[in-house]
Design a protein around this ligand. Structure first.
Ligand SMILES: *Cc1c(COP(=O)(O)O)cnc(C)c1O
Length: 358
């Protein structure tokens, strides 16, 4: 028998969450953001579940080409565009849309002798200071693209640094609107946090990611409060039970000490499966459907959990690390990270199964 750990992907939840994004984004079209193997959910599986999206957004050319083969005619956006001149013919052949974020990419287009992409989104750096053309150079770059030999449809794009935080989007949005004023083209500015918190700013193409997978972009507002459902549930089982006496310590470095007799369960899930190694004692774990807590240090292949709340627990009892019944956002917060990282870190060694429709 294989180790009992499984990641269950609920295609119905993906479709449901996409429908929520659509409703929130009102008349906007939706790129389903599927970078990082669809946030760990499996690129092709997620694309199939979310085929009602208007388009898919990914990072890798290979991912885009694989999607194209299964989804002819669907707009596919490469969020970092292309990296070298040889990519241009691939983009053209597969009718892929590229983000242009740097003048070097425009130079590659200008120097291209063969086929080139016919559709791009020109990204403006409005304050994130990661990718994008400086606002004062934006119009000139746009005009250079209009002069390319391949007629190119140009969209306008920016990305907000703090749509989920206290700073919000106002300054960046104002800069984008000021420097894009009078330039024609569809606009795309909204990640999940913007779709959920600033629906007035969504423009023509929304770009939600985390909300599709049932995670909340906000530290202070749950995914469930938006009607989102978890799309990934990580489960395993208790594989051993230990009875501790007062003073007994648990795991590497003995970071947890029992203050009274207690039982703990050993769960087949560790950091090599993608469980966050820094999760401290107290991180919630669902044991036999009962909320319990991590004790002791996370090891490579195992964690240990308090069985006080489940006195009858034996080996074989099911455990949920996150997902249905235990929001990934809560586990992530306890471990000092975000659900994005938990999902993306799911290790290749974890078998993935589709959850039957619920
Ligand atoms: C990842 C990403 C998104 C999606 O962000 P979420 O917070 O997951 O909704 C949107 N746009 C760009 C440019 C991204 O890199």
């Amino acid at each position: 028998m294989p180790r009992p750990i499984r990641a269950w992907i609920d295609a119905g939840a993906l479709a449901h969450n996409l429908a929520i994004a659509r409703t929130r984004a009102a008349t906007a079209k939706v790129w389903a953001v599927m970078k990082a193997n669809a946030y760990g959910h499996g690129l092709l599986r997620a694309a199939d579940a979310m085929r009602a999206a208007d388009g898919f957004a990914v990072l890798d050319l290979d991912e885009a080409v694989r999607l194209r083969e299964l989804h002819p005619g669907k707009p596919i956006l490469l969020l970092e565009g292309f990296f070298e001149p040889a990519d241009l013919a691939v983009l053209a052949a597969h009718d892929l849309c590229a983000v242009i974020h740097h003048v070097d990419q425009i130079r590659m287009l200008e120097a291209a002798s063969g086929p080139a992409p016919r559709r791009v989104f020109l990204k403006m750096n409005t304050g994130m200071n990661r990718l994008g053309i400086a606002p004062h150079q934006y119009r000139a770059m746009y005009e250079r693209i209009t002069r390319l030999p391949t007629p190119t449809t140009i969209g306008l794009m920016t990305h907000f640094a703090d749509a989920d935080g206290v700073t919000g989007i106002a300054t960046q949005l104002a800069s984008f609107e000021a420097h894009a004023a009078g330039i024609s083209g569809e606009r795309s500015v909204a990640n999940s946090a913007t779709v959920l918190r600033y629906p007035h700013a969504v423009a023509q193409w929304a770009r939600p990611g985390i909300m599709l997978y049932g995670g909340s972009p906000f530290a202070d507002q749950s995914a469930a409060s938006f009607g989102l459902r978890p799309a990934m549930t990580l489960t395993s089982e208790i594989i051993a039970v230990q009875a501790l006496r007062a003073g007994d310590r648990v795991g590497y470095a003995g970071t947890f000490t029992a203050t009274a007799p207690m039982r703990i369960g050993v769960v087949a899930c560790g950091y090599a499966d993608g469980y966050p190694r820094h999760a401290p004692a107290g991180t919630p774990v669902l044991v036999g459907g009962v909320r319990s807590r991590l004790v002791g240090r996370v090891s490579m292949d195992m964690i240990t959990v308090d069985l006080t709340a489940v006195p009858d627990a034996q080996a074989g009892l099911p455990v949920t690390l996150w997902g249905e019944g235990l929001p990934a956002d809560e586990v992530a917060a306890a471990a000092g990270t975000i659900s994005y990282e938990l999902f993306c870190a799911l290790a290749p060694r974890v078998p993935v199964r589709e959850r039957a429709a619920s």
